[in-house]
Design a protein around this ligand. Structure first.
Ligand SMILES: [Zn+2]
Length: 304
């Protein structure tokens, strides 16, 4: 009996180690102290002529402390997307991720979608995006954000895992904001609060959830995306339309604030702004700050 117990313990210890597996928790991977920050900038929905100039202006010239350009994650929907512009983002090493084929406005649709339909929404979208935007499908398209953050529980997770995706980033957490919940794999049931049901309860070995740490708006309500907060907070997951434009005061002020925030981050030599796929490489292989410039982490390869 005792032997069996020890064996189980050994298996658990072996099974829960990086780079393949990480239990949900707010401990920093590699047991580092807090003197380092990874910042994700993400933008949802179509990439089009209406927003590409914003990305060019605000993102393209910035550099990380290792002198590589910063990268953001784009969650792309099919409708209105200009695939030539997606290729431009890809060539500049941005992280190309999915946000569904239809972006159906009914959350009930996503909550109850079956596996066959999830395949059409994400596996087929990956193929389409790969063909139209000339982006390698499995090597470069690894993640998903569910539309309206309405995840589809086990059918969605099953399709992502079976389809060779590496991660998804749609699940807000209110309970693990400070200190924040780090990305985790779904080898075991997570500790994360289920803010938007249905959450997965199955086992998805090596498949990562990247939690969205809620901010608190002026009305004391949680919000995962900056543009759904009531004014007063500033954050990182957003839509370009909320920041881009010259026709109203609010948009102009938000864009100015966003740029000032990025300028401020640019003065910090311990802050890296990277796409989620790149950031997960650090989580899998936690590397001290001073060793990052000489490592392969956060290096931007030349993309054709
Ligand atoms: Zn969306």
């Amino acid at each position: 009996m005792r032997q069996l117990h020890q064996l189980q313990l050994a298996q658990i210890t072996l099974g829960t180690t990086l780079p393949n597996c990480r239990c949900s928790g707010n401990d920093i991977p590699g047991k580092f102290c807090c003197k380092k920050q990874l910042v994700f900038l993400t933008f949802d929905d179509a990439v089009a002529i209406q927003n590409i100039d914003f990305y060019r202006e605000v993102l393209f010239h910035r550099r990380n402390p290792n002198n590589e350009t910063i990268t953001a994650t784009f969650f792309i929907t099919h409708e209105y997307t200009n695939y030539g512009l997606v290729h431009e983002l890809y060539r500049r090493n941005h992280d190309i991720a999915l946000h569904s084929m239809t972006h159906n406005p009914l959350t009930a649709y996503w909550a109850s979608l079956n596996a066959t339909m999830w395949q059409k929404e994400v596996v087929d979208q990956r193929e389409q995006l790969s063909n139209f935007a000339r982006v390698p499908p499995t090597a470069a398209i690894q993640g998903l954000r569910a539309p309206f953050l309405q995840i589809g529980g086990d059918p969605m997770y099953n399709v992502l895992k079976q389809g060779g995706f590496k991660w998804e980033c749609s699940r807000p957490t209110l309970n693990f904001r400070k200190p924040g919940l780090w990305p985790y794999t779904n080898d075991y049931l997570s500790h994360q609060d289920c803010q938007i049901q249905p959450c997965p309860v199955g086992e998805y070995k090596g498949f990562w959830t990247v939690p969205m740490l809620d901010m608190i708006g002026d009305n004391n309500a949680g919000c995962a995306m900056v543009d759904t907060c009531t004014p007063g907070t500033f954050g990182i997951y957003t839509h370009a339309a909320w920041l881009n434009g010259t026709d109203d005061e609010g948009t102009v002020a938000r864009k100015e604030g966003y740029i000032r925030f990025l300028d401020y981050l640019g003065t910090k030599n311990d802050v890296y702004i990277v796409g989620i796929s790149q950031a997960l490489e650090w989580v899998k292989n936690p590397t001290p700050l001073d060793q990052i410039p000489s490592s392969n982490l956060f290096k931007n390869p030349t993309r054709p």
